[in-house]
Write a protein that binds this ligand. Structure first.
Ligand code: PNS
Length: 169
């Protein structure tokens, strides 16, 4: 690149686990920016089923078709991660107005902290009912979530939930 600005953006989330809705957003963002960094972070309000390493590996397993996408752990503040990686903006997917209310306050706090901008992409209606939490709940109660997460994620999810059930029985 000679004198051109690389348009680099962060797609943050806890991805516990990654869903086909997340992957739809990541794929669409990859067509709009030169580089996409999927930032895998900790949501203090949620107890994770998978370790950060497992969540990162699950995403790396499926983003191979996008040469401009990479996956990294967020260790600390999301805005610090953006600055360290030379990204002036992050992209979040919005499924519903309820998402917007939650995301708006985070975007305002992030902007106040580091002037990093938050851009919103509307989710495909096909995925607007999807969330990692709901997938874990439905799968944990024996419901069929195939087609909502990649096959290798489904296999890991089934195994992890069975391990948890065995421990609690
Ligand atoms: O997919 P999620 O659970 O909505 O993702 C939330 C996440 C991980 C993006 C958010 O919790 C986050 O940014 N964590 C990093 C710590 C941080 O910067 N917290 C302040 C947010 S204003």
């Amino acid at each position: 690149m000679t004198g051109e600005t690389i348009r680099r953006v962060v797609c943050p989330g806890s991805f516990d686990p990654v869903t086909n809705g997340h992957l739809d957003i990541i794929g669409r963002v990859a067509t709009l920016f030169d580089e996409v960094i999927v930032g895998v972070g900790k949501n203090v309000g949620k107890r994770a089923l998978f370790t950060a390493e497992e969540r990162i590996a699950m995403i790396r397993n499926v983003i191979g078709e996008y040469p401009n996408v990479r996956v990294e752990a967020i260790d600390g503040l999301l805005v610090d991660f953006c600055v360290q990686h030379g990204a002036h903006a992050m992209v979040k997917g919005l499924r519903a107005v309820s998402d917007y209310e939650y995301e708006l306050t985070m975007s305002q706090m992030n902007h106040r902290l580091s002037r990093v901008e938050t851009l919103f992409v509307a989710s495909d209606p096909e995925y607007s009912h999807l969330s990692s939490s709901l997938i874990k709940e439905v799968a944990g109660l024996g419901g069929d979530v195939s087609g909502l997460v990649p096959d290798h994620v489904l296999a890991q999810l089934t195994t992890r939930l069975a391990e948890h059930k065995a421990k609690s029985d």
